[in-house]
Design a protein around this ligand. Sequence first.
Ligand SMILES: [Zn+2]
Length: 412
Amino acid sequence: MAEEGVAGKALGAKVHHLAQELFPQMVAWRRAIHRRPGLGFAVEETAELGAQVLQNLGWEVRRGVGGTGVKAVWPQGARRGPAVLLRADMDGLPLMEDTGLPYASEIPGRMHACGHDMHVACVLGAASILTQVAQEMQTPVVVALQPAEEGPGGAEPMIRDGLLEDPPVGMAFMLHVDGSLVAGQVGIPQGYAAANCDDFTLVVRGRTAHGSRPDRGVDAICAAGQVLVALQSVVARQISPLSPAVVSVGTIRGGDRGNVVADRVEMTGTLRSLDDEVRRELVRRVEAVARAAAQTMGAEIDFQLEPGYPAFTCHPTARQALQAGVEQALGPGVAIPLAESTLGAEDFAYIARAVPAAVGVLGVADRQPGDRGSMHSRTFRPEERALTVGAATLAMAAVQAGGYLREAGEGH
Ligand SMILES: [Zn+2]
């Protein structure tokens, strides 16, 4: 085992060196992608850039997977697993970029504000590194460039289109940038890596009347106020305090004039939880509490749920491979255990619920947490030094995972 450790260290140093060599190339890929953000499934330009890079590296590339996704297999023709999967999401956000960067988005109203341009560049970098340390990789590797992470979800369609088969995937990894860690750090989630996330629309229906005679109508605004206050009691009084849950109402709209009783108010919100049972309970209770609160005022509600992505945790073995990969490629102190679970959403969940998987949180602040803006904001400017860290992390995690999978297979 000691020997393996030394070999791992030497290989880690080589992987890090290759990642450093690739830095200018990764910056070029990332900026090209950054200039031309796609939304949802409309990510053809990014998909084509990635597909061509992988083809030039000698990978077997399939385009149009699950819509506009790219699946690449290496070595070509590998159909026997288990394989290691590296996944990057490709889509941007409907925001007007306000960074002032020379390579800012050229498409008004679209921006890579969640760092998915960084993710693609890191995965392409890792793919390039793996082809250069081919003899060290004990299993095939699959790369997934996935559309529509920000919605409506591209991972599930890619899985239905064979992402995890031919060759069968045995372990999967992804990175997500985070401005609350600095470039050079990789956070490793110990708890939940993403939460159950369901959105809802709640319409409160009343009956209009003149504002001088509210008794002749049913005031939807007043009823909505009761609903809003009552909803606060769901998490506080009806869900176990040992299991995190969130009910947030983000928009509320209703009424036409100051002197008219409103007959309709529409609210939209989001429900977050970690436990699957709490998820079901939250949906049931939010609807019941809202209905009852509205009825005390004589109003009715329509409740519409838009189910979102499920929660997931990192698999212990995959997390171990990721951690060992980070340490071997980048040294001690780079991997930061993240004790706190997140209540964010991530559709890698569908992959992580199908095969052992782990997530690395790639620090992209410069000197201090938050100094490059926050994700989903118009001023988010991830530090590009992180590209080297990300590519080395993914490549070395893949090598480690390949070793584990091979060992497990031989144990049978
Ligand atoms: Zn994202």
